[in-house]
Design a protein around this ligand. Structure first.
Ligand code: FAD
Length: 395
């Protein structure tokens, strides 16, 4: 028989153990991975149950409602949203075992090394080169706009391995160890005051061939998988009705509406209602697209969702600043000028950061090209260099 004191002591210890477990991000997320509740649309044994992306929303909602506060977006957005699906689709078993779980737990942060100073939208034309040397590749070149490179352990690297074939056919894709000799990361400061992204210089960096994803020369196909997943990640996960940016607008509207005169109030009510409707339509469309996307990788619908959510977020953030009146032009007191994304907690930070939404992950013009060509069947963009060996394209 236990005394009341024993039972109280044991209960206290149990509560403490539960708290420790919930507070230990790596331990908790590791168990979530093993249970197949990490990325439900991944296969069993790799953090999932072979379900749909929509089902992940159900899991996330249950976890959130029980006070679990580990958000993929804060922990390792590029690794979880883009790196993991690419490794799953193209990695050897060794690479999957080495990386997937650590990406999810956040033990390894990942970044994406695609854009270069001369090539962003036309990333297939990048000049950075990898030359084979036995079982290794030697890489030289420069990347830019590399979000989180300064805290990353690994990067998804797209480079040219064959300049003598058309641009899309001469690329290969590697997992780069960001601490390898010859990798230099320099910060780029943004108008938000942060420096969440960087320039990355690669000088005689050696990468083992076993760290290649996909076949040699198939880098474009692998990169497309990353980009399609990026667009879905940027479009955001399933969220409750009226939450996120639109909730901020409604809050500011409720605070300000009594200070507006009748005509102004009517005009503003229309603008707020219109944006609320657009947010709701976007939310439902996203939820439907995610529900139908089984384990495989997303198609052009992800680009359409990204286009719509980027433009909507800019419209909402602009409306918030407009509604604040002259005060909307000021930074709030204590505005953080740090490298982290702390500024996203403030109205000014969210407004300034939203300018990047229509550029990052592919500009809105490029998303419209994808929508026109791949969903509406319109004639393709003019691409005069498509079939020319890369080395012969005028630079
Ligand atoms: C916040 C942020 C984070 C980023 N993070 C990363 C990252 O982590 N890793 C990474 O690799 N990159 C990253 N990028 C880079 C991003 O992918 C590129 O900025 C983007 O693809 C556009 O390329 P660019 O800047 O070279 O512009 P450009 O391609 O030079 O485009 C300039 C203008 O021309 C237009 N344009 C170009 N081609 C066409 C066309 N065919 N038809 C119609 N219009 C066209 C564009 O829409 C744009 O308005 C990030 C960018 C931002 C803003």
């Amino acid at each position: 028989m236990y005394s009341d004191q024993d039972i109280a002591g044991r209960t206290e210890k149990l509560v403490e153990e539960c708290r420790d477990f919930l507070d230990d991000q790596v331990r908790f997320r590791s168990a979530q991975w093993d249970a197949g509740l990490a990325l439900v649309h991944f296969p069993e044994g790799y953090g999932g149950l072979g379900g749909t992306r929509g089902q992940q929303g159900v899991v996330d909602e249950v976890l959130r409602s029980h006070g679990v506060r580990y958000e993929d977006l804060r922990i390792n957005p590029i690794g979880i949203g883009m790196g993991a699906p690419t490794v799953l689709a193209y990695g050897s078993d060794e690479l999957k075992d080495k990386h997937l779980k650590r990406i999810f737990t956040g033990e390894d942060i990942w970044c994406q090394l695609f854009s270069e100073p001369t090539h962003g939208s036309d990333v297939a034309g990048i000049p950075s080169r990898a030359v084979r040397d036995g079982d290794e590749w030697v890489v030289n070149g420069q990347k830019v706009w590399t979000t989180l490179a300064h805290v990353s352990s690994f990067g998804m690297l797209l480079v040219r391995t064959n300049p003598e074939v058309p641009k899309h056919k001469g690329l290969s894709y590697f997992v780069l160890d960001m601490h390898a000799p010859g990798v230099e990361v320099r910060p780029l400061f943004q108008m938000t005051g942060e420096a969440e992204f960087n320039e990355v210089f690669l000088t005689d960096v050696r990468i083992p061939d076993s760290d290649r994803l996909g076949a040699e020369g198939e880098g474009w196909r692998v990169a497309t998988t990353t980009l399609m997943n990026e667009r879905v990640a940027l479009a955001g996960g399933p969220a409750p009705r009226g939450s996120g940016p639109i909730a901020d607008l409604v809050r500011v509207w409720e605070e300000r509406r009594d200070q507006l005169d009748g005509a102004e109030r009517a005009v503003w009510r229309d603008r707020v209602a219109q944006l609320w409707l657009e947010a709701e339509v976007g939310r439902l469309t996203n939820a439907r697209a995610k529900e139908s996307a089984r384990g495989g990788n997303p198609g052009p619908e992800g680009s359409v969702a990204k286009l719509a959510s980027a433009e909507l977020n800019q419209a909402i953030q602009s409306a918030i600043v407009d509604l604040e009146g002259a005060g909307g032009m000021l930074h709030e007191p204590g505005y953080p000028m740090t490298r982290s994304s702390e500024s996203m907690k403030s109205r000014t930070g969210r407004f300034l950061r939203s300018r990047a939404n229509t550029i990052e992950g592919g500009t809105s013009e490029i998303m419209r090209n994808i929508l026109g060509e791949r969903m509406l069947g319109l004639p393709g963009d003019i691409r005069v260099d498509k079939d020319v060996p890369w080395s012969e394209i005028p630079k």
